[in-house]
Design a protein around this ligand. Structure first.
Ligand code: HEC
Ligand SMILES: [Cu+2]
Length: 411
């Protein structure tokens, strides 16, 4: 027996040292769940660690008894086995102990879960729509809405035979053209849906992750404590380019956020001119339960309903930039130069279709063709800008300007 005690003491000493080293490692998001930057993500982390250490303790006890028994009662020492069986006391004990452990873990977990699901009293609401393969962010009631697509560098490097070493690309496949900008210290509520298949929106540092399902609205919330850039990705296998629709959140101080929002409202980017596509569910839902201290005038549901009917109402002053629309939506297949990747993706440079009637090009962009997906989610103005761009750049010179009205008629 004294051997056992000595062994146990050694094991305890070893474990204490290991635990101290482990505690450091635990803080490291490379090995472990990140602690994140919200109160909820911290709670989740502590729950996770509590469950982890309970598991470690159980493993030590169970494996300790098991290996001790295997060793001490091996056949060469005890050729004749003992014949005891059945002990009601032991059975009651090993039923009660796990029960107590589970309750002990469930109580704090339930508390956190309830907080996680309580999206009431948010300071702002953002509607997130998943598309194959990009995200749309709509600042509900602010008239600000834009798409967020894989950044150009990652996109270039990911092409087959691009010859670019992904290690040279900063945040390869974890970067986008337009970040989702959020204010710190504010409760942000997300309404989550999809325009095509099921996607999943996930940012580990915020400890939020939920499916974006067509025809449904899911909701979740976050309140970020520290300014910074937090990266995540789509978590539901959503088709060929599932791996190429990352999520990037930029948390700014309140003042910086206000300045950013004002700039976006000024219609400075493509984004502001691209109102949302209304999915049927989206029209009813946001209006249903919005206890937010009402942002003045603009009713919550307005941008959604208006979208399909009057996209031209968006500030037309500058209009979307055709090159930007092209690079954000078309260059993945047709390349920034227009050279394409034949034979699958035809060159637009010198293409007979591009040089042909504008209606043909518009229809192909709206409806797609074979391996080319439809781009009906873009606004009329954006499609007009992109078509004008490909007809008059990338080595083409048709010399016309396609208008949003032409696109609208062909929808
Ligand atoms: C996912 C890849 C992909 C993306 C993104 C894409 N296309 Fe295409 N595109 C194709 C494929 C494939 C074809 C050939 C279709 C066919 O004829 O079968 C094509 C054909 C075309 C053609 C006809 C070219 C020809 O000579 O046949 C035009 C014009 C065109 N695309 C414009 C665009 C524009 C504008 C965009 C951006 C709004 C875009 N495409 C985005 C894949 C893509
Ligand atoms: Cu997806």
């Amino acid at each position: 027996m004294s051997n056992l005690i000595r062994g146990l003491m050694l094991a305890t000493a070893g474990l204490t040292g290991f635990a101290a080293r482990a505690a450091d490692t635990m803080e490291n998001a490379y090995w472990n769940l990140p602690k994140g930057v919200t109160d909820i993500s911290n709670e989740v982390w502590h729950l996770h660690m509590a469950a982890f250490w309970v598991c470690v303790a159980i493993a030590v006890v169970v494996f300790g008894v098991m290996f001790y028994s295997i060793f001490a009662h091996r056949r060469s020492k005890h050729p004749v086995p003992a014949t005891f069986h059945h002990s009601t006391t032991v059975e009651i004990i090993w039923t009660i102990i796990p029960f107590v452990i589970l309750i002990g873990l469930a109580v704090p977990a339930a508390g956190t879960l309830i907080k996680q699901y309580d999206s009431r009293n948010s300071d702002l609401t953002i509607k997130i729509t998943g598309y194959q393969w990009k995200w749309q962010y709509e600042y509900v009631g602010e008239g600000v809405s834009f798409f967020s697509t894989l950044d150009a560098k990652s996109n270039e490097a990911r092409q087959l035979g691009s010859g670019i070493d992904p290690k040279t690309v900063p945040h390869y496949l974890h970067n986008v053209d337009n970040y989702l900008v959020l204010p710190v210290g504010k409760k942000v509520r997300f309404l989550l849906t999809s325009n095509d298949v099921i996607h999943g929106w996930w940012v580990p540092d915020l400890a939020i992750k939920k499916d974006a399902i067509p025809g449904f609205i899911n909701d979740m919330w976050t309140q970020i404590n520290e300014p910074g850039i937090y990266r995540g990705q789509c978590t539901v296998l959503c088709g060929r380019d599932h791996g190429f629709m990352p999520v990037v959140v930029e948390a700014k101080t309140e003042a910086e956020y206000a300045a950013w929002l004002a700039k976006m409202k000024g219609g400075e980017t493509v984004a502001a001119a691209a109102p949302a596509i209304a999915t049927d569910a989206a029209v009813d839902a946001p209006a249903a339960a919005e206890p937010v201290v009402a942002e003045p005038a603009a009713p919550e549901a307005a941008p959604v309903e208006v979208a399909a009917a009057a996209p031209a109402a968006a500030p037309a002053a500058a209009g979307p930039n055709g090159e930007k629309v092209y690079l954000g939506n078309c260059a993945a297949c047709h390349q920034a130069t227009g050279a394409g990747l034949p034979p699958t993706f035809p060159a637009l440079t010198g293409s007979k279709v591009v040089a042909g009637p504008a209606a043909g090009v518009i229809t192909q962009v709206l409806k797609g063709k074979n391996a080319m997906p439809p781009f009906a989610q873009l606004s009329d103005a954006e499609i007009a800008a992109a078509v004008t761009y490909v007809r008059n750049n990338l080595g083409n010179k048709v010399g016309d300007t396609v208008t949003a009205d032409q696109v609208k008629k062909l929808r």
